[in-house]
Design a protein around this ligand. Structure first.
Ligand code: SIN
Length: 278
């Protein structure tokens, strides 16, 4: 892939690339934006360093790609909606935190009917001694590595995603629940994706609960293999922009009692995840 306006450095074969030569605190030229989109679609998650963005800068970047998604459910979650900014989740963790956001492998908000297509996390303060990395996994590669027999078995099956699995109990009475195909097709690249995650996928709808448990256990283990993962090490004012339609991630809480503090915005999905056409 050729880039003329930005520098793109792939971080693993399956997922992740760092982009440099861009200032996200200023409006972006169409040609630069087109190349960021190209890298985002090719790598599933792109990272930028040294970007001291304001909320307005972060919102402008998000809105180049679509409307903002407002987080559904999860009043009892570790992250909180920022007062006065309904589109911003504050992800601040310190010595008083009982848990942090995203410690289990997940796709953001897969429990919503139309999950957000992407998330943009600006980490403005990271722990002083390392720690607080995020793992990302590429779901094209995870799908492609399944056996042909398993691919055939999964085709046409759907799964229920339930927010109650990931959100704290006691925060509210009702949690978002949605069904999605287990194999989806990315609406922009046309590639097949394995679309279940340990954090929110409760069961496969078309088989017995015993069969569902066994198959999901296999798929979660498969998805979490290192071959399609990478580990991102944040700096103060790093930004990660990930595609929820083809990646999963997991935040590592190894920095207590230090502080890690960031703000996340999400971009609306324009359609529900759909199954490939036969
Ligand atoms: C999340 O948005 O799921 C958390 C990611 C992170 O804090 O690294």
């Amino acid at each position: 892939m050729t880039y003329h306006h930005i520098k793109v450095n792939a971080l693993s074969p399956a997922v992740g690339a760092e982009i440099s030569g861009v200032d996200l605190t200023r409006p972006l030229e169409p040609a630069v934006l087109a190349e960021i989109r190209q890298a985002f679609l090719a790598h599933g998650v792109v990272f930028f360093h040294d970007q001291p963005m304001s909320f307005e800068d972060q919102r402008r970047l998000a809105e180049y790609f679509g409307e903002l998604h407002i987080h559904v459910g999860g009043k009892g979650t570790a992250s909180k909606t920022l007062e006065g900014y309904p589109e911003v989740r504050k992800q601040h963790f310190d010595r008083n935190s009982k848990r942090v956001s995203g410690e289990v492998w997940h796709t953001d908000q897969s429990c919503s009917k139309v999950p957000p297509m992407a998330s943009i996390l600006h980490q403005h303060l990271v722990p002083p001694d390392g720690g607080g990395d995020t793992l990302f996994a590429g779901m094209y590669a995870a799908y492609e590595a399944l056996s042909d027999k398993m691919k055939a078995y999964l085709e046409g099956l759907t799964a229920t995603h339930d927010g109650a699995l990931i959100f704290d109990k006691g925060g509210e009475d009702e949690y978002p629940v949605a069904s999605h195909p287990i194999v989806t097709v990315h609406p922009e690249t046309g590639r097949r994706v394995l679309f279940v995650n340990r954090g929110q996928t409760a069961y496969i709808n078309e088989v017995s609960r015993a069969e569902s448990r066994a198959i999901l256990a296999y798929l979660f283990d498969h998805i979490e293999q290192p071959e399609w993962q990478m580990r991102f090490h944040w700096r103060n004012h790093s930004v990660a922009f990930w595609d929820n339609r083809c990646t999963q991630h997991r935040a590592i809480w190894d920095y207590w009692p230090n502080v890690r503090s960031g703000y996340r915005m999400q971009i609306k999905g324009v359609e529900a995840p759909r199954a490939p056409q036969a």
